[in-house]
Ligand binder design. Structure first.
Ligand code: SF4
Length: 308
């Protein structure tokens, strides 16, 4: 199989060209990012990283003794009304990193023992990230690369990442256009998310020495209050369309950011909602994890691990 360096070299120039008339994500803003024009995501040409650290609260498949080497990028192409990371997703805050500095960040995380490199909300900086990844690979980066996304992606771009990205960790937020429009101003989210998840689908490959995922697809679904029918439809879609995907069902919702504008989501999940989703996930025999009713705050962490 062709190595990652060759694969990146093949796609990097056409991807950078897309930034000139930006259509990297489904928003299709058509602004010249290389000229520092700003589209929906808020990002210019330079990569801005809010923070990077060894994350110990991610799913057990990607978070071992070392922790997941997480890099949070600033800005977002989706911008949900209830975003818990709104401070750096809705504005560009953090440190501007050159391509060499971002590569060094990846290598530093590896040197500190991280289990993988976890690129959080990378979509709008994809060409720049790949350029840094190219440098890091040349200097010895050899741990799995995780693409941690909202799911608002174009399938043709996801396909180009085949062989470069090892693990997809994608959200599946909405299956109805109305919900996607209301809470994320993206009525086409369900279409793009379903198509991109199918393009991300691949068999899971495990590292037997540490029981961590080397390659695979993890689908995260954050259950929203009052939206149980939506959650049920999403879980059934996963079962019917990508049954081998690992599913991570999350109940850690809290009414952050603009949630108070919407009375139905301006609260936490209740026990009845939790039980309905938990029972359905067990009935569907989904692979993966489901959080406790009251998960520890701010952890994507998972507390119940059925056999994979
Ligand atoms: S990456 Fe940003 S500028 Fe480009 S299309 Fe998406 S939201 Fe618009």
């Amino acid at each position: 199989m062709e190595n990652k360096i060759n694969l990146i070299n093949r796609i990097i120039t056409p991807l950078f060209d897309k930034l000139m008339n930006c259509n990297i994500c489904p928003r299709n803003c058509h602004v010249n990012r290389l000229n520092d024009d700003i589209g929906y995501c808020g990002a210019k040409n330079d990569v801005v990283v809010y923070t990077s650290f060894l994350h110990t609260g991610e799913e057990p498949a990607i978070c071992g003794n070392g922790g997941s080497g997480t890099i949070f990028f600033s800005g977002c192409s989706l911008k949900c009304e209830y975003c818990q990371n709104y401070k750096f997703s809705n504005s560009i805050v953090g440190k501007k990193l050159s391509e060499n500095e971002l590569a060094q960040t990846m290598l530093n995380l590896q040197n500190r023992g991280s289990d993988n490199i976890n690129l959080v909300t990378p979509t709008h900086y994809l060409p720049q990230i790949l350029k840094s990844l190219l440098i890091a690979l040349k200097y010895g980066l050899n741990i799995p690369i995780i693409y941690n996304t909202s799911g608002y992606e174009k399938k043709e771009i996801i396909r180009q990442l085949n062989g470069i990205i090892d693990i997809y960790l994608t959200d599946f937020k909405y299956i109805s256009d109305d919900s996607a429009k209301l809470y994320s101003k993206a009525p086409d989210y369900p279409k793009f998310c379903k198509e991109s998840i199918k393009s991300m689908s691949r068999p899971s490959l495990w590292n037997n020495s540490n029981n961590l995922l080397k390659k695979g697809l993890i689908i995260r679904h954050l259950v929203l209050p009052g939206q149980i029918n939506e959650s049920m439809a999403i879980l059934k879609w996963i079962k019917n369309n990508v049954p081998d995907a690992i599913t991570s069902i999350m109940f850690q919702y809290q009414p952050y950011y603009n949630s108070s504008k919407y009375s139905e989501i301006n609260r936490k999940i209740n026990k009845q909602e939790y039980n309905i989703i938990k029972n359905l996930s067990e009935k569907l025999e989904l692979n993966g994890w489901i959080q406790d009713f009251k998960p520890e705050e701010k952890l994507a962490g998972i507390y119940f691990k059925p056999e994979l």
